[in-house]
Design a protein around this ligand. Structure first.
Ligand SMILES: C[S@@+](CC[C@H](N)C(=O)[O-])C[C@H]1O[C@@H](n2cnc3c(N)ncnc32)[C@H](O)[C@@H]1O
Length: 282
């Protein structure tokens, strides 16, 4: 028998079809850690699932089941270990960069890799970039490694994320290009970055629009680009959402700007999306 190509294939015949249908697309591999969203019906088939994972992904060392959604300011879920033991820390590779991280302490998703690459490809030589919600550094480090920015300022409020960011800066040898800050984006933008940046990345979709004042502090008064991430449920009207963001831009003092580009980055739940707006500030 051929080796199954994926978990669903490996579970066929062992788990009722209707349960399997619900399981699609819910597995992520981060380094040697597999994370997934358990569906109620699958809990009775834990043994079969672990066997399937071991068969299809023999390098997976730990399997973590999400017990809660991503929570709180630092966007970290609670997990239950379904398989494996040892440290939760792992090393993830993406576009030639390496990232040390522990998903039980910091936010990270491989599902944003294409978006990170898109933003990276827009960066021009000599730019000053600010990654206001940097996490462990996947935007900042990628940009500093693949492009030639003058400097990338990276900021996060989660001390674990900041410590991993510093470790990842060293691991990727970009210490001369990325400057890390631990703290609130608003304070860091005002006190450390003030009005220097050509590009501001705001990857905190749940509430980035509430930090547009921080982007205003960080961005060069002569202009620049903001990458603003949002969440939107399908029933929320896209045009209305844009209108309210434009109003928020005006409220914090952006008088001349243009939305250059918008895109659905990924689906985060049933009829709920993570979207991005690239906003040119003039
Ligand atoms: C959705 S994660 C994105 C992390 C990273 N950009 C990535 O792509 O993996 C948002 C990050 O913002 C951080 N954060 C939340 N509130 C913050 C604040 N007020 N100031 C700075 N960072 C904050 C969280 O700790 C988290 O690491």
């Amino acid at each position: 028998m051929n080796k199954p190509r994926n978990i669903i294939e490996a579970l066929r015949g062992k788990v009722p079809k209707e349960h399997l249908a619900k399981f699609r697309r819910s597995f992520d591999i981060v380094g040697d850690v597999m994370v997934f969203q358990p569906v109620e019906e699958m809990k009775a088939y834990k043994k079969e699932l672990i066997e399937a994972i071991k068969l299809v992904y023999p390098r997976v060392r730990i399997v973590l089941a999400k017990k809660t959604p991503l929570e709180g300011e630092i966007r970290v879920a609670e997990y239950e270990v379904w398989y494996g033991k040892g440290s939760y820390e792992t090393i993830h590779k993406e576009y030639g960069c390496i990232y040390y991280l522990d998903l039980t302490k910091v936010f990270f998703t491989p599902r944003l890799s294409t978006e990170r690459s898109r933003v990276c490809n827009l960066v021009k030589e000599g730019e000053i970039v600010c990654d206001l919600f940097s996490g462990i550094g996947p935007f900042s480090i990628l940009i500093s490694k693949k492009k030639k920015p003058k400097i990338v300022y990276a900021c996060d409020i989660n001390e674990y994320a900041y410590n991993y960011l510093r470790r990842n800066i060293i691991a990727n040898r970009v210490g001369d290009k990325v400057k890390a800050f631990l703290g609130d984006a608003r304070e860091v933008a005002k006190e450390k970055i003030s009005k220097k940046c050509d590009r501001v990345i705001m990857n905190l979709p749940k509430s980035a629009y509430l930090f547009l004042d921080a982007a205003k502090e960080a961005i060069n008064p002569n202009g620049g680009v903001i990458h603003l991430y949002t969440f939107r449920r399908e029933e929320e009207n896209f045009e209305e959402k844009i209108k309210s963001i434009k109003q928020k831009m005006k409220d914090v003092g952006f008088n001349n700007f243009e939305i250059l580009f918008s895109k659905r980055v990924r689906e985060i739940g049933p009829r709920e999306y993570n979207e991005v707006l690239d906003i040119l500030v003039k």
